[in-house]
Structures are given as structure tokens and as C-alpha cells.
Design a protein around this ligand. Structure first.
Ligand SMILES: Cc1cc2nc3c(=O)[nH]c(=O)nc-3n(C[C@H](O)[C@H](O)[C@H](O)COP(=O)(O)O)c2cc1C
Length: 316
């Protein structure tokens, strides 16, 4: 049986299948429930400085086959309630705590509080607006200078590993990845949702309550794979520092996981697939991945990692 364990900074995973942020990771009960499944690790819902309510609905719809659209509004219990919860609970799987804030200082404060409450690794959700005037129409993850500022602030504030979660809504994602790694990120998480919009022709208005939304699910997998290859190839060529990548976007099967590992990912995260198949999905994907590796003669993840990049090295 193929060996599925993987170690990346701050996370010793029993298999490479992690929960993605925002899906079932906002409360102790939800996190315990996912931890009891065959997942290898957890990522919390993104936690901000204060409690935030969910946007008016609809907030999440399957708009067509393989397309999940959402604009939740980053609802979360706030850092104080979440750190209290962390002190009262021990989870049976390693957890990345996802955080966001309006500016670098807020990110650093939340990071410190999470570390004090026992977090062993953080994921910075850089798909959030910046509070300073002038750059409101762009999110942090689209501005390499801001990425550097935010990541450095967190790096200076804590001693635990940090993963920068990147948006795919940018021209050259390797530039954003490089900015995060040069500022001290220990790894990259990618991708967040793809910018999207859908109209309800009967209502004559956008379908999602917030009007604009993000797209996830199987339809975005080729986009996620392309972005992953761009970052992994830049690392291979020495254009940006080398670091582990936690990749995601539309994964629903063991073969999908193999595809991401072959493009250089160390581990993966799974979100929308749980909307269809709940937490049993982790067991199914783990079995499919193990069977594929056994049949194909891959003894562990490392022997498969990055092999699809070999034929792409000459690409510009
Ligand atoms: C309902 C929903 C809520 C999400 N909330 C968050 C969040 O709070 N923080 C975050 O970094 N990403 C969030 N995401 C993005 C996912 O973590 C993931 O990056 C994206 O959905 C692509 O993976 P998938 O196709 O497996 O869902 C959310 C996605 C969905 C569908």
C-alpha cells in the first residue's frame, strides 16, 4: 500500500487531504466532525478581528454543473471567541488556522493571539480588501507590495509557520508567490475562488445576494492546475524561493489529487467537494489515491511530486 503521509512546516499529515478554509471549519463541532473523517488535516474558517455576520442570501449556490458560486462575507466568530474555543478543544488532526484583517497590523495581532492560544501554523487569507484608501478596489493578494507588508508583519509577530493563500485573479501568480516567500512565508496555499458573476434572468439581477461572487468546484480545477504549475515552475527555475505548496481548486477524486501532486503540490485542500459528498468524501478520495498509486507503482507522494513539470520546463 502506497505511503500517503506528508510533512510540511507545522503540519505532520497522515495523508495529503486537508479541509479547505470556509467549508465546515467555523466551529468546534464542525472541526471535530471533519477531524473524525479520513482527512489528513484541517483548515479553519478565516477568522478576523471581530465577529462578522453572513451576507444576505443567497450566499452559495450550485449555479450549473460543477460550478459553485459563493459570497459569504467572511462570517466568523471573531478572534476572541475562536481563541477561547481553541483553548477548550484539542483536535485529532493538525490544523492550519486561517486569518484575515483590514491591515497588516491587524493580521499580526490576530496571528499573535492565535499562537498564544496554541495554533501550530497559520494560513493568511490575502483575498481580503485593504483598509487604506486608494487600493480598495483591489484585494491584498493582487498587490505584491502589500503581500510583502502583510506577510512580514505576521512573520515578525509569531514563531509558527505561515502559509500565504493566493488569489488566482491576477496575471502572473508567481510574482505574488515570490513576494510572499521573500517576505518570509513558509509555504503557499493556492488557489482561492475565481472572480465570477451569474444573472438570474427571471429576476433580472445577479443571483448571489452580494451581486459579485467567487467560483469554486470542479470547473475551476484546470485553472488551479495552471496557476500551480506557474508557481511550481518558477520555484524549479530558481526565480522565486522554493517552499511547499498546499494546492486546491475543484478536487473531487483521487486522480485529481495525483494531478496536483504531479504539478508540484505537497498536499491539497478540498472544499466544494464536501458540499456534494460531505466528509465521507475524504475516505473515498484517500482510497482512490492509494489505489492509483499502487496500480501505477508510486510508493509514496514524493516519487510522484512534480513529475508533470518535467515536460514543461522549457515553457515561458
Ligand atoms: C462556501 C465557501 C466559503 C469559503 N470561505 C473561505 C474562507 O473563509 N477563507 C478562505 O481562505 N477561502 C474560503 N473559500 C475558498 C476555499 O477555501 C477554496 O480556496 C476554494 O473554494 C477552491 O477549492 P474548492 O474548489 O475545493 O472548493 C470558501 C469557499 C467556499 C465554496
Amino acid at each position: 500500500m502506497a505511503e500517503l503521509t506528508v510533512e510540511v512546516p507545522g503540519l505532520a499529515l497522515s495523508n495529503p487531504l486537508m479541509l479547505a478554509s470556509g467549508i465546515q471549519g467555523g466551529s468546534a463541532a464542525a472541526l471535530h466532525r471533519v477531524a473524525a473523517s479520513r482527512c489528513g488535516g484541517l483548515v479553519s474558517k478565516s477568522i478576523g478581528p471581530e465577529k462578522r455576520e453572513i451576507y444576505p442570501g443567497p450566499v452559495c449556490v450550485e449555479a450549473m454543473d460543477s460550478v459553485v458560486l459563493n459570497a459569504m462575507g467572511l462570517p466568523n466568530p471573531g478572534v476572541e471567541a475562536f481563541t477561547n474555543m481553541m483553548r477548550e478543544n484539542e483536535f485529532s488532526k493538525p490544523m492550519l488556522v486561517s486569518i484575515f484583517g483590514p491591515d497588516a497590523e491587524s493580521f499580526a495581532n490576530i496571528a499573535t493571539q492565535m499562537e498564544d492560544a496554541g495554533a501550530t501554523a497559520l494560513e493568511l487569507n490575502l483575498s481580503c480588501p485593504h483598509s487604506k484608501p486608494g487600493s480598495r478596489s483591489l484585494i491584498v493578494g493582487q498587490q505584491p507590495e502589500l503581500i510583502k507588508e502583510y506577510v512580514s508583519a505576521v512573520k515578525q509577530a509569531v514563531n509558527i509557520p505561515i502559509y500565504a493563500k493566493l488569489t488566482p485573479n491576477t496575471a502572473q501568480i508567481a510574482i505574488e508567490a515570490g513576494a510572499a516567500l521573500e517576505a518570509g512565508a513558509d509555504g503557499i496555499s493556492m488557489i482561492n475562488t475565481v472572480s465570477a458573476l451569474e444573472v438570474d434572468p427571471y429576476a433580472g439581477r445577479p443571483i448571489i445576494g452580494n451581486l459579485l461572487c467567487g467560483m469554486s468546484g470542479p470547473a475551476i480545477r484546470p485553472i488551479a492546475q495552471r496557476k500551480l504549475a506557474e508557481v511550481a515552475l518558477a520555484m524549479r527555475r530558481g526565480e522565486i524561493p522554493e517552499a511547499p505548496i498546499l494546492a486546491m481548486g475543484g478536487i473531487t477524486t483521487g486522480l485529481d489529487v495525483a494531478r496536483f501532486i504531479m504539478l508540484g503540490a505537497s498536499a491539497v485542500q478540498i472544499g466544494s467537494a464536501l458540499i456534494y459528498g460531505d466528509v465521507a468524501t475524504f475516505g473515498q478520495i484517500e482510497k482512490e489515491l492509494g489505489d492509483f498509486m499502487d496500480v501505477s507503482g508510486y510508493k509514496d507522494l514524493e516519487s510522484m511530486r512534480g513529475i508533470a513539470l518535467d515536460s514543461m520546463e522549457g515553457l515561458n
